[in-house]
Design a protein around this ligand. Sequence first.
Ligand SMILES: Nc1nc2c(c(=O)[nH]1)N=C([C@H](O)[C@H](O)COP(=O)(O)OP(=O)(O)OP(=O)(O)O)CN2
Length: 133
Amino acid sequence: MHAVEVRDHIMIAHSFSGAVFGPAQKLHGATFVVDAAFFAQSLDANGIVIDIGRAHEVLKEVLEPLNFQNLDELPEFAGKNTTTEFLTRHIHDRLAEAARADRLGRPGNELHSIRVSLHESHVARAWYEAPIA
Ligand SMILES: Nc1nc2c(c(=O)[nH]1)N=C([C@H](O)[C@H](O)COP(=O)(O)OP(=O)(O)OP(=O)(O)O)CN2
């Protein structure tokens, strides 16, 4: 399997519901390093998985509505804990939409899957990986 991975980051604030979270039940900030990996079984005629420049652009576009936001205040996340795991799925699904819309320099149906990893600190990360179809 071939893969291309691009990286960006977001700065957000949020709080969590649930005793399991301890101090993180209070409003706190986080800077997430976001890695998006795009997988294909084979390279195209140009010798690429996807175009790296377009992947960077699409990732930035997907992250823009989250960046510098208090996620507690966004209506689409009302009643949700915007955990690292939750955000990986949120970002994945929007990248998959872009892939299906052929926005990555290659038809989406030639791609296999996307993995989104969020590094919430230097000691912890989470990821979500699923087929694009
Ligand atoms: N599975 C997850 N666990 C936690 C997440 C998460 O996104 N997914 N997030 C947090 C906090 O937002 C923060 O990143 C860490 O807070 P902290 O209080 O330091 O949490 P710890 O579990 O490391 O330590 P405690 O013993 O709960 O204080 C927390 N967990």
